[in-house]
Design a protein around this ligand. Sequence first.
Ligand code: S3P
Length: 753
Amino acid sequence: MSFQKKAHLNIPKVAIIGLGLIGCSWVKALRSTKSVEQISGFDRNMDSMEQALQAGLIDDFSIDVCDVVRDADLVIISVPILAVGDVLEQIKSSIGDHTILTDVGSVKGNISKAVTAVLGEDFDRFVLGHPIAGSERSGVSAADEHLFKNHKIILTPEKRTSEVALDLVSDAWEVTGGKVELMTVQHHDEVLAATSHLPHLLAYSLVDTLANDEENNDIFNYAAGGFRDFTRIASSSPIMWRDIFVGNKDEVLKALDLFTADLQQLREVVANEDKTQMMGTFTRAKAARDHFTKILARRAYVDSMTSQIVNYVAKPGGKLSGEFRVPGDKSISHRSIMLGSLAEGTTEVTGFLEGEDSLATLQSFRDMGVVIEGPHRGRVTVHGVGLHGLKTPPNALYLGNSGTSMRLLSGLMSAQNFDVEMTGDASLSKRPMNRVADPLRAMGAIIDSAENGRPPLKIKGRETITGGQSLKGIHYVLPMASAQVKSCLLLAGLYAEGETTVIEPAPTRDHTERMLKGFGYPVEVDGPKVTVRPGGKLIATAIDVPSDISSAAFFMVAASIAKDSDITLQHVGINPTRVGVINILRQMGANIEMFNQKEVGGEPVADLRIRSAQLKGIQIPEDQVPLAIDEFPAIFIAAACAEGTTVLTGAEELRVKESDRIQAMVDGLQILGVDAVGTEDGAIIKGFGSEGSFNGGEVDSVDDHRIAMSFTIASLRANAAILVKDCANVGTSFPGFVELANGCGINVSNEAG
Ligand code: S3P
């Protein structure tokens, strides 16, 4: 919960007790925002009071703390934690009937106890607070009215705290630019012990150790950035920190014990020159440090949309030219991490897609103890742990926007010996998971979900299931053509007793089967039937990820519809189970040439040359639907530019992708003036043909990456600009889309919303 900033705040009198950095900065901010009429100050130190008066931070002071408290509407107690009880004793008799009090200390539990001891259990006008801001500098001269801007201010109201008191203190913080958040006292003290108190203890300890070293002059002379960065906080006020460690002893000791055990382990790792374990610790820590704010919130390291709003503005017209490569295939990238982790040995991946979805998979495996180096320019090194080497993750696996991660991992997680929870963002949380949970349950998995089979999914480990039995193989006829469900069951089948056979109603992408074979694991494919048996192992290999045909599709359509265009897309994956978009566009009259065909790591690739062509409307063959399942948003744009009507049927799956893609596309097309209607399992789109164009307008991507990119390329044939809203999720599959699009002739810019 966070509070709305008040437009104006008017507190007649504030009393500030303790003229240190935090208290002085707060009153300075209150003064500069004209939120208070009179500020009276008290400090044990006369100099500080005079200095604060001279600096205009306070209007008056007194050597008797009771004088400043009398008549005050708000009393700010900003003294070392262990002194709060004494201060309360001294001012107790001067606190007015309506006076509200607050503090700024780093520990809340012991202040709460002091309030109870001195003012009584029912005292409801003391608001416990803690601004997460500061500096190693202290005193009146360090006061900074901007110190709290955009910093978190934690308030820990208790049952007894009155709402009026909480509101006033929240408002008094909000005017400083701070962001108020509420927490319980206990949670605050636990979190702060780990994130603030422990690091201060370590900094003091390290500097003290080095300073006691006989060679200390040399150490301090030659200590560069590392020493400075790590120990800056050892210059903080010793009294303040002494009090914090006493005040929060229990929580600090817990954090310290955990750290000591890990440090001892790391000592062993260094002593043994265990390079893999070192890389494990360092890469996990680097990923964590790079994204530490999300970690503090217990969120994914790779998070999408909600953190920033991004809109695209696409100017009308343009033609495409150039020869370029789109990022790596998403499906193959996911699988390279999964199978690389389960393999024995070290797998080198090149061309890995550094998009949020595949990074979510990567992070999940790191969370399960796999050492993964990179990604760095598409290179990833996965130190496989074998089929039985995954470890319990410390938290729920957060899979962002990625349905593939959640569905494939469901199969794998059902066979592990630890419990796992998997969560995702708002879009993933709405997607159906029973399609994987039902057959997995039939194999013996125990899976809980939210209503109607939606995430989060909680999967029980085999050890916790009676007797730790393994899964049973299954003979499963897929009710829908889904590579995700097929792959999920095959992964579970690696661990199940007996045979697992999946029969698909129509061919779907077969990257899992191909890659399993690439890792040396036997897979039997017999027409629509795929079978795996347990007992095999995966041997590490090298994987060269081709460019993603699903990303290439936007440029295939773009170059086809924009007059005078001619582009070449390099190294595109043309797996026969993925080429529906090429087949459909060619049937519509597109000019797509394929050359340099070869096979890399079991996957066929080619360069594709696409030149403008007048497209015509077609009835899309249903057998092409699973082969082009992700490309329909782009194909809808092609259909709008075609001569005649395009009819899509048999594509009800589109309604349960990252968004309802039929609805999202039809809505957007209609806004841009196209005659399009959605049907239960597809759409009917009347093309405007060679002389027509899209109107300009504002369309909503509904946070779906492929909808966002599709409407962006529509601008090539628009008569005015198109604003595409909420495009941040393009990063899930196509990092660098805007730059690449501009580079080849699409005039699109990224605007923060
Ligand atoms: C994928 C399979 C497809 C596709 C998704 C990726 C995969 O989903 O839409 O983007 O990597 O297996 P379905 O198999 O559910 O159709």
